[in-house]
Design a binder for this molecule. Structure first.
Ligand code: HEC
Ligand code: HEC
Length: 294
């Protein structure tokens, strides 16, 4: 907070409190009503107002709130940049809670991190912890049931971009992944692109005119096979999806596959090593691993 703003806030707060006190003092100074029936001098449409003093309990309440506000401003932050004598801050309180939780759970995570993933994936308590980490950190992209949405892979279907081994799943979570499908359709004639899409879709069993798929295969062998494999089953080192299984990251309609080839796609799985650290990643890996094991 800049000094200028700090001074502005302090001035505003002090003037407000002083103003309220002045208002109270002034109303007390007003002459007491001479009788119960005394009226104020104004009258609106024949409606008049009695001159009654403020009720005592109400006044005391008012004094108490003023004292409370001064005490509060002294103890806690509120007067501009002044931190308050308790030095309280929401960040510090949050950090303290995190530290306490870490002290409590760290030994459990450490013990889990010594077990291998397939063993851990059979431990119900570990899986429940992994699921909570997933619900906090991953559900926004992969969905709360890890079922995925277009562009964000389904983690329950045993179809893997980067491989199903525990080591590669953990690597994905710790280091992140960048899938790059280059925009290759822009240099193709419209007809050539349509033939290619027919060929790609025929790999997972859809029926097209044979001539079209044969033409498409020529383009595929030249431009796509290097990444997706000669038979279209993909390459897990590059994260190039299997095109033969009818499971689609970006959608398997003619138009969507055409878009993929024309515009390219770039899936980004962020690295979580700084967010979760090794031990929590180990536990969430076991959870992910467990999802596709039956
Ligand atoms: C910002 C969105 C985002 C978040 C948050 C995120 N992911 Fe991902 N994740 C992705 C995307 C996108 C991909 C696919 C990357 C690609 O297309 O190459 C992916 C891929 C993966 C894969 C690889 C799947 C495969 O088929 O090989 C795993 C495993 C995974 N994520 C697990 C997790 C876990 C566990 C978390 C939480 C700790 C998480 N992700 C958080 C977006 C996210
Ligand atoms: C440099 C390697 C590379 C080349 C060359 C390449 N691809 Fe890809 N392709 C990928 C990667 C990696 C992805 C996954 C992108 C992601 O994870 O976001 C992908 C994704 C796709 C998808 C989406 C699959 C789905 O499940 O939704 C299709 C379809 C596809 N490629 C078709 C092709 C075709 C057809 C060609 C040839 C014109 C081609 N690719 C060339 C690497 C490549």
């Amino acid at each position: 907070m800049s000094t200028g703003i700090s001074i502005y806030i302090i001035a505003l707060t002090v003037i407000m409190i002083a103003g309220i006190i002045a208002l109270l003092v002034l109303t007390r100074r007003m002459p007491a009503p001479k009788s119960e029936e005394e009226k104020m001098s104004h009258s609106y449409d024949g409606i008049e107002e009695y001159n009654k003093p403020l009720p005592r309990w109400w006044l005391w309440y008012f004094y108490l709130t003023i004292i409370f506000s001064i005490g509060y401003l002294y103890l806690y932050g509120g007067l501009g940049a002044h931190k308050g004598s308790l030095n309280f801050s929401q960040e510090a309180q949050w950090q303290q809670e995190i530290d306490e939780a870490n002290a409590k759970y760290q030994p459990i995570f450490e013990a889990y991190s010594k077990l291998d993933i397939p063993t851990l994936a059979k431990d119900h308590k570990a899986i429940a912890m992994g699921q909570r980490i997933f619900a906090n950190t991953c559900f926004g992209c992969h969905g709360s049931d890890a079922g995925g949405t277009p562009g964000y892979p389904n983690l329950t279907d045993n179809d893997w971009l980067y491989g199903k081994s525990p080591a590669s799943i953990k690597q994905t979570i710790l280091q992140g992944r960048n899938g790059v499908m280059p925009p290759l359709g822009q240099n193709m004639k419209p007809e050539q692109l349509d033939h290619l899409v027919s060929y790609v879709l025929s790999l997972s069993g859809r029926k097209f005119n044979n001539l079209a798929t044969l033409e498409g295969k020529k383009t595929y062998d030249m431009q796509c096979a290097a990444c997706h494999g000669a038979d279209g089953t993909g390459n897990q080192i590059l994260g190039a999806p299997n095109l033969t299984d009818n499971i689609w990251l970006y959608g398997g309609s003619f138009e969507l596959v055409k878009d993929t080839i024309y515009y390219g796609r770039q899936g980004n799985m962020p690295a979580h090593k700084d967010i979760l650290g090794n031990d929590k990643t180990h536990v969430v890996t076991a959870y992910i691993y467990s999802l596709s094991q039956d």
